[in-house]
Design a protein around this ligand. Structure first.
Ligand SMILES: NC(=O)c1ccc[n+]([C@@H]2O[C@H](COP(=O)([O-])OP(=O)(O)OC[C@H]3O[C@@H](n4cnc5c(N)ncnc54)[C@H](OP(=O)(O)O)[C@@H]3O)[C@@H](O)[C@H]2O)c1
Length: 255
């Protein structure tokens, strides 16, 4: 009996934003292990180069490209590079996001609001447009948007961040419906509390962590690697009839 090829990514080109650490790094490493050539991206090139070099040392294929997804010019520039160097894109993982302000919703700062919207909504939207155009030229592809459980059940003092994550879930359905005709699928991952720098304000504070764990049936925080398997499923042929879904990987939090 031969092993399934459903999760094979040989010959595929995959772009992962926010891949210099945390969930994005775990996703980049797994997609590369499955055979994809991974474009490791974030704002700072050095961090991306370190992850790309580690992937290559492990026998995989990877390239580092810097791109601040809150800057339209940088998005255009990144895709111009992808077009020139690879001429195609099969998988886009929109993972980089920001959450600059923890506060009561009535104290929301306009600058923090704008930054969160620019990165988490406009960034994901135009990354998907640029990625989608390249995928359309080559007969299809898979877009995976890393949203959050906050997009369904807003986190306390995470007002505008939660609103943007709800928008990502909506955006996922929009792209799924309108891009299916081009062979492009689009799905969302909704991580629960995961042990990364991003979540350290919650995970490093004993009383906040204790409260959070009370609401998680599995009674623990996730490792970044526990998000990557779900992304592999959504990125690969294993999910060929799945589009427009929001997949909770949250230890049961939303159940
Ligand atoms: N950790 C959690 O508990 C949790 C829960 C639910 C959802 N999520 C979601 O999971 C995703 C990844 O979060 P994480 O926890 O892995 O965060 P993380 O460990 O802090 O990593 C964030 C990554 O994004 C990059 N980045 C930040 N701002 C960027 C920008 N404007 N443009 C491009 N890259 C940018 C960072 O590198 P540079 O500094 O070099 O840019 C880094 O590679 C986010 O969408 C987050 O909302 C996380």
């Amino acid at each position: 009996m031969s092993k399934t090829q459903l999760f094979d990514l040989d010959g595929k080109i995959a772009f992962v934003s926010g891949a210099s650490r945390g969930i994005g790094e775990a996703i980049a490493r797994l997609l590369a292990q499955q055979g994809a050539h991974v474009i490791v991206s974030s704002r700072k090139l050095e961090g991306c180069q370190a992850v790309a070099e580690a992937i290559v040392q492990d026998g995989g294929k990877a390239t580092a490209i810097a791109c601040h997804i809150g800057e339209m010019e940088q998005i255009q520039n990144a895709f111009a590079q992808i077009r020139e160097r690879f001429g195609r894109l099969d998988i886009l993982v929109n993972n980089a996001a920001t959450n600059p302000q923890f506060c009561n919703v009535l104290d929301t700062d306009l600058g923090a609001f704008q930054k969160t919207v620019d990165v988490n909504i406009r960034g994901y939207y135009f990354m998907s447009i640029e990625g989608g155009k390249l995928m359309r030229e080559n007969g299809g592809g898979s877009i995976v948007n890393v949203a959050s459980i906050n997009g369904v059940s807003p986190g306390e003092f995470q007002g505008i961040y939660s609103v943007t994550k709800a928008a990502v879930i909506s955006m996922t359905k929009v792209f799924a419906k309108e891009c299916a005709a081009f062979g492009i699928r689009c799905n969302a991952l909704l991580p629960g509390l995961t042990d990364t720098k991003f979540a350290s304000a919650l995970t490093q504070n004993d009383s906040i962590l204790k409260m959070a764990l009370q609401r998680i049936p599995l009674k623990r925080v996730a490792d970044p690697e526990e998000m990557a398997g779900a992304v592999l499923y959504l990125a690969s042929d294993a999910s060929s009839y799945t589009t427009g879904v929001a997949l909770n990987v949250d230890g049961g939090f939303l159940s």
